[in-house]
Design a protein around this ligand. Structure first.
Ligand code: SF4
Length: 372
């Protein structure tokens, strides 16, 4: 049974009622209870759990320290292209936005890497808009060996591919795939995805089931917080994670919790997730799953990012540009979304050290698991 079928069998209305009628006793039981329990996750995501942020944060910090020590992995997104054949109303790359579009050539890619590498990064996230013909499997297979020659850990955040194509990319050095559902509500999904292949909610939802069998080591899930009720979206992402971990137990998993940010011609959030809400989310997922990697992007402000350290975050980007060619030639009008934390990698690493954390530039070598 696919996750699409599993999700179709859930009563969203019942889950919603349970979320909004959770009692204090249920929250207390969840905080002290065993991990991996979806009822407990629901209780910790509920409005009732807002009164329990302090004990949740203390337990989340202890679990994170126990499992990850004081280490924070640093990575950088490298935008390959802003070409996109989809219309998503929350994104600066959406097809109808009048932007200068580009796809990095080999030389441009090499120039970007030459700026990034000396900063210390050994983990890279390749990002592109979704354009099957010009930035598809052939392009990815062509450039991956060049990137792998420079970085030990290579992740991708691009359009969903077939299992066969993921397999080809694993052979070329791909370690991780980030594929965010944006929202688990089909109606909200339909309203925000107006043209292109991304309109296919089911195909996107089942993508991790094509990624894992292809041998990709790590799979990243995520929702764009603000498109719909964040409590429901986070809860259903928890169901998704639970489904995948049971079925594909060899894979590692991460989640990303981006809040909707302003972009060129974009929309404002329907549902505001406050800073307090973001803390609740991070703690709830850490208490749900102590192994889970949780990443925080430069969409958040420096002070918030610094204060969230230790609660559950295990990965951060730093010094990011969100346009193709942006490390060599910063050009704000091509950005996918606005960045709040403009600090350089060195500045972020220094803050990490001053707060007792160890910035980790490299924690991965594909040969360790014999994939390459
Ligand atoms: S969110 Fe992705 S698919 Fe949608 S417009 Fe932006 S780059 Fe394209």
């Amino acid at each position: 049974m696919s996750f699409f079928d599993t999700l179709s069998g859930l009563s969203r209305e019942q889950l919603r009622m349970a979320l909004y009628s959770t009692t204090a006793a249920q929250v207390e039981a969840a905080i002290e209870g065993e991990q991996g329990n979806l009822d407990h996750l629901l209780a910790m995501l509920s409005p009732a759990a807002e009164e329990y942020l302090e004990p949740m944060a203390q337990r989340a910090a202890a679990l994170t320290r126990q499992r990850f020590g004081h280490n924070i992995g640093l990575y950088l997104p490298l935008y390959l292209s802003n070409l996109c054949a989809n219309e998503c109303d929350y994104c600066g790359f959406t097809m109808s936005n009048k932007l200068k579009r580009k796809v990095l050539s080999h030389d441009e890619l090499a120039a970007e890497m030459a700026v990034i590498k000396p900063q210390g990064f050994d983990s890279i996230l390749l990002v592109s808009g979704e354009h099957e013909t010009k930035v598809g499997i052939d392009y990815f297979a062509d450039i991956l060996p060049l990137v792998k020659a420079e970085f030990s850990h290579v992740a991708m955040e691009v359009q969903p591919l077939s299992s066969e194509h993921y397999g080809i990319l694993v052979e070329k050095g791909l370690d991780a795939v980030m594929l965010y559902q944006e929202t688990y509500d089909p109606e909200t999904y339909r309203r925000h995805h107006l043209r292109g292949n991304k309109q296919d909610y089911g195909y996107r939802l089942e993508s991790p089931e094509r990624i894992a069998p292809a041998g990709v080591d790590k799979i990243g899930l995520g929702v764009l917080l603000g498109l719909d009720d964040w409590r429901m979206d986070a809860l259903l992402m928890g169901y998704h994670l639970d489904y995948l971990e049971r079925r594909f137990w060899r894979s590692r998993y991460s989640i990303s919790l981006p809040r909707l940010r302003p972009c060129v011609g974009g929309i404002t959030p329907k549902v505001q997730l406050t800073d307090k809400g973001l803390v609740q989310l991070i703690c709830a997922f850490r208490l749900f799953n102590e192994q889970l990697e949780i990443s925080l992007s430069t969409r958040e402000t420096p002070s918030l990012r610094d204060n969230l350290l230790g609660l559950g975050i295990t990965q951060m980007s730093a010094g990011s540009r969100t346009e193709p060619g942006g490390y060599v030639n910063p050009a704000a009008q091509l950005d996918q979304f606005e960045i709040s934390d403009e600090r350089s990698a060195a500045e972020v690493a220094s803050v990490l050290r001053s707060r007792g954390f160890t910035p980790v530039w490299k924690d991965w070598e594909a040969g360790w698991i014999g994939t390459n």
